[in-house]
Design a protein around this ligand. Structure first.
Ligand SMILES: *Cc1c(COP(=O)(O)O)cnc(C)c1O
Length: 341
């Protein structure tokens, strides 16, 4: 293998050696299969192609200073995949099968886990799709679970920096009692037009309001929203927000550093009272927000004038990354070590 330029990887796709798959047929999950091909052979009438029976996960494996490979919160991702499956009537995968497959995929591609010094990591993408042929609308009877991995670079190549977000009232990502709380591809399809508009206007992403009243903060496309106000960590609560495992982890760390955590409906106007704000998710851990523009109301909520992230965001970011890379003790049992094979 040509040595990869570990510090300069993008968040793209680099082929690795293997992926692993488990099929659901005749009412049960089969054996784990190791595959070196990058394609999935699908029937053209598969439910995933027509009716969006597709759920996925996103996780990372990190190499520590000690050379050991660590996966972050594998059990929580396994449980969330189950919840997503139940949400759109797909066969859910037992937690131990999920963990077996993810660990195997990382082990088989160990040489693609970037070195500690690079600040890069191995992105893990598990997905589950309905594969049985049918044209009538309904849940599939056959499914495929697949895990592939790809090395990704440090999210903040030019350093940890705050960027602007925008409120666009003309778009909703999800409905109040819809699929927002599940990690399904359809939610992303529904957000692409809005995301593209945000980018073309110079913003990193959309900060969505609740679809019903357009009064409360929801989340930022593929990341949860949180804010710091004095000694409080505040994050919106709503049925249409995807429960981010990064956000959940940050809430724990916020308490550890002495903050009070409030998870509750958050009015848009409250943005004016926050000291810091950020978007959080596996890809970047934390993306600090410099300002939120409500362009329909000509209002701008500013958290950082020059793009410097706030002190609490920075502290939380460093703490989370330190746990992920093994520089700080794993007090909460978030880490799974991957043994070499
Ligand atoms: C995956 C995802 C997140 C972030 O979740 P993490 O578990 O922190 O990676 C946030 N919002 C949406 C809509 C997502 O799909």
């Amino acid at each position: 293998m040509k040595e990869l330029d570990w510090s300069n990887l993008s968040f793209g796709y680099i082929p690795t050696d293997y992926n692993v798959r488990i099929n659901y047929r005749n009412g049960e999950w089969g054996e784990l299969e190791v595959n070196s091909g990058e394609y999935v052979h699908l029937h053209m009438a598969s439910t995933c192609l027509h009716y969006g029976q597709q759920v996925f996960e996103g996780m990372k494996a990190f190499r520590g200073k000690d050379g050991k490979v660590r996966i972050f919160r594998i059990d929580e991702n396994a449980k969330r995949l189950q919840s997503s499956c139940e949400g759109i009537l797909m066969k859910s995968l037992p937690i131990d099968r999920y963990e077996e497959a993810v660990i195997k995929a990382v082990q088989l591609n160990e040489r693609f886990v970037p070195p500690y010094e690079s600040g890069s990591s191995l992105y893990i993408r598990p997905l589950l799709i309905g594969t049985s042929p049918q044209v009538g609308v309904g849940a599939a009877t056959e499914y495929t679970f697949l895990v592939f991995v790809t090395p990704v670079g440090p999210y903040f190549k030019e350093g940890f920096k705050a960027t602007p977000y925008v409120i666009l009232r003309e778009f909703d990502r999800v409905a109040p009692k819809g699929t927002g709380r599940y990690k399904v591809g359809g939610n992303y399809a529904a957000s692409l037009t809005a995301g593209e508009k945000a980018h073309s206007l110079g913003y990193s992403a959309v900060l969505y309001l609740d679809a019903k009243e357009k009064k409360y903060l929801d989340e930022c496309g593929p990341a949860n929203f949180f804010a710091i106000k004095g000694d409080k960590y505040i994050t919106p609560k709503s049925e249409s927000i995807l429960p981010s495992i990064t956000n959940n982890s940050l809430m724990t760390l916020a308490k550890e550093i002495g903050l009070t955590v409030e998870q509750r409906p958050v009015l848009e106007e409250e943005l004016a009272t926050f000291d810091e704000a950020g978007a959080c998710g596996t890809a970047a851990a934390i993306s600090p927000i410099s300002r939120v523009d409500d362009i329909d109301n000509d209002t701008s909520y500013v958290f950082s004038k020059d793009g410097t992230p706030g002190p609490i965001c920075t502290k939380l970011y460093n703490k989370l990354r330190a746990i992920q890379y093994g520089d700080e003790a794993d007090k909460y049992g978030w880490i799974t070590f991957v043994e070499k094979i």
